[in-house]
Write a protein that binds this ligand. Structure first.
Ligand code: CMP
Length: 137
């Protein structure tokens, strides 16, 4: 059993496709262990994406991630990190495989509908950023 942090980003929340995205996780065997809808401040978005602080897209990415509500989830299942990344598709929707979330809902490499942890260490940091242990069931 593994846990990963999933975010439905402001672009996808605005499009009203939260349910469609969540059902893809469930149909692929991932279980929602925690979930909430929040609206991050710019500072909170900067803290979440601190690993990207030196990238040229950091300012624009954190503006985007704080422009509206997001849905954050802890997904649980066998190989949850890799499975979630497979369901999401490539970061750039132009390279995402057919049937993936990003192919179907993302606008571009930045406004790419969903986020998922990329390794166990980042999953631990990202889950702890949004949820306390009492909120993960
Ligand atoms: P995510 O999986 O949340 O991880 C970092 C995010 O930065 C990524 O999805 C995109 O939203 C964004 N991102 C990554 N690469 C670029 C890029 N070259 N230009 C703009 N945004 C990017």
């Amino acid at each position: 059993m593994e846990r990963t942090l999933s975010i439905i980003k402001p672009d996808a929340v605005k499009k009203n496709v939260v349910g469609e995205i969540i059902s893809r996780f469930e149909k692929n065997g991932l279980r929602i262990a925690a979930m909430k809808k929040i609206w991050m401040t710019k500072e909170e978005a900067k803290g979440f994406y601190i690993v990207h602080k030196d990238r040229p897209f950091y300012d624009s990415l954190t503006d985007f991630m704080s422009e509206g509500p997001i849905v954050v989830m802890v997904l649980e299942g066998e190989n949850a990190i890799a499975k979630n990344r497979e369901i999401m598709g490539a970061t750039n929707p132009a390279n995402a495989a057919p049937g993936t979330i990003r192919k179907d809902f993302a606008e571009n490499i930045e406004r790419n509908a969903v986020h998922g942890s990329d390794a166990p260490e980042t999953a631990a940091f990202e889950i702890g950023y949004f949820f306390s242990s009492l909120e993960i069931l």
